[in-house]
Design a protein around this ligand. Structure first.
Ligand code: LMR
Length: 394
């Protein structure tokens, strides 16, 4: 039976990880997969996570099942972190998922159950796995303009024009902050304009927030999500703990369904529980428990927030350094957008040939659409990258 398999399309980001590993050059630079790295190229376990792990090891008495939606304490802590007091807690149904990708997948599943004909509007470009999952699930995708290739800022007029096509029951997928892959983000006035339009079109927003704390700060990065949740009658929010807690391999995420009142929450919660049961039964608990411990303990939380701020500031510093190095080498301001973008990624706007030349001639790896992971750099490699960018004629 399995002879019928066709070769599956390789994931561009994961393929790049593999190619980087196999490259024997010792001075190669990995700006591919979205994993935070410190100046020495390590992805450390955060101090507060390490401390929570120690306490957990000493105090955990059972590994028996949690609930289908995971530990309620995790949902409470995460809903508070993402939504603040934007909506009453009683309106929010939530289920733990294996990572942010699990939350995205469950959100699409929930949409499909609610409205099998729903179209999902996605930014052009978006995280490639959004498209891959939607295709796998047989759901219709409608791209909306998002990125202006000239200015490397949001093409807001194009975005709004395209979102006018959304119909009642369609879903509009938005990135909560730190847009992946472009690094170009909506400001609050633009978030408000999107909300006004979606209210008019009766479309449902779905927000993927995978980098809270990596852009302008923990609270600032959640401002768009909170605005949407407080004004739309319903929305879905897929949150990841992989990056901001540095627990990538623990697969820790949360899907939230915000309803306009508490009575509608019950059906949403039942559906989330049902979908977890169908897809993997109980969600993983280890990472979720660590996150809960960190968020609920004032000392651990303060230490985690401070370390997260250091991570954020180091990426901002690298952005400034790269932009100014490129200003010096190119004698122009055309790379100023690198300092304006936020999060781990920026899209350079290079051609596939230029991206290939960076890899072949300089051992610099970035995704084929010229997305670079700022955190893959350090003070020493920034000038090397800047020089290579100018040399390949970007
Ligand atoms: C990325 O965009 O590089 C990350 O979200 C990792 C992944 O799974 O693709």
């Amino acid at each position: 039976m399995f002879e019928s398999f066709k070769e599956q399309p390789a994931d561009k980001i994961l393929m790049l990880m593999q190619a980087f590993r196999e490259d024997p050059r010792t001075d190669k630079i990995d700006l591919g997969v979205g994993v935070y790295k410190d100046a020495d190229g390590n992805t450390p376990v955060m101090r507060a996570i390490k401390a929570a792990e120690k306490t957990l090891w000493e105090t955990e008495t059972t590994k028996s099942y949690t609930g289908l939606a995971g530990d309620p304490g995790f949902a409470d802590a995460m809903v508070a972190m993402v939504l603040g007091d934007a909506v009453p807690r009683a309106n929010v149904a939530a289920a733990a998922t294996p990572g942010g990708t699990g939350a995205v997948r469950q959100a699409f599943d929930m949409i499909r159950v609610a409205n099998p004909g729903a179209r999902v509007f996605v930014s052009d470009p978006t995280w490639p796995n959004h498209l891959s999952i939607l295709k796998h699930m047989g759901m219709e995708v409608v791209p909306y303009r998002y990125f202006d290739g000239e200015t490397r800022a949001v093409d807001f007029a194009g975005m709004i024009a395209d979102l006018h096509q959304a119909m009642p029951g369609d879903v509009v997928l938005l990135h909560g902050c730190c847009h992946n892959p472009t690094g170009a983000n909506l400001n609050l006035a633009q978030w408000q304009a999107v909300v006004d339009l979606l209210l008019k079109q009766e479309a449902v927003p779905m927000i993927d927030i995978a980098y809270q704390g990596f852009g302008d700060g923990l609270e600032e990065d959640a401002a768009g999500v909170r605005l949407v949740a407080s004004q739309m009658p319903e929305c879905l929010i897929a949150a990841s703990c992989s990056k901001n807690f540095g627990i990538y391999r623990e697969r820790t995420g949360l899907l939230m369904a915000v309803a306009r009142d508490a009575s509608r929450r019950t059906l949403n919660q039942g559906t989330l529980n049902y979908l977890n049961r169908q897809n993997y039964s109980f969600p993983p608990d280890h990472g979720a428990r660590l996150v809960t411990m960190v968020l609920n303990d004032p000392d651990l939380r303060a230490d985690w927030a401070a370390e997260l701020e250091d991570v954020r500031n180091s990426m901002l510093g690298l952005r400034e350094q790269l932009a100014s190095e490129l200003r010096r080498l190119s004698g122009s301001d055309r790379f100023g957008f690198i300092a304006q973008h936020r999060g781990m990624f920026s899209r350079l706007g290079a051609s596939p040939e230029q991206v290939e030349a960076l890899r072949r001639d300089h051992g610099i790896y970035m995704v084929g659409d010229s997305r670079l992971n700022i955190a893959g750099l350090n003070a020493t490699t920034v000038p090397i990258l800047a020089e290579a960018i100018v040399k390949v004629g970007i």
